[in-house]
Ligand binder design. Structure first.
Ligand SMILES: [Zn+2]
Length: 68
């Protein structure tokens, strides 16, 4: 299980390395460069799934996101 993911901002492209919480989803992430609020795309429940280089732990282990 990989617990660090690079989140790339869809607006400015700025990427940061973020720790993925094991037991919860990250629904919001604020870009430190342009302060855009990143939200998951439709159908995703966590920003790591939509924008991360590494998906959230539930996706890594059984292929779908945190809430089913
Ligand atoms: Zn940004």
């Amino acid at each position: 299980m990989i617990l660090e993911s690079t989140l790339a901002c869809p607006q400015c492209g700025h990427a940061t390395s973020e720790e993925i919480p094991l037991d919860s989803c990250r629904f919001f992430h604020e870009c430190i460069q342009c302060h855009a609020l990143m939200r998951p795309k439709v159908g995703d429940c966590c920003v790591f799934r939509s924008y991360g280089s590494v998906k959230c732990p539930p996706v890594q282990s059984h292929g779908h996101c945190c809430n089913g």
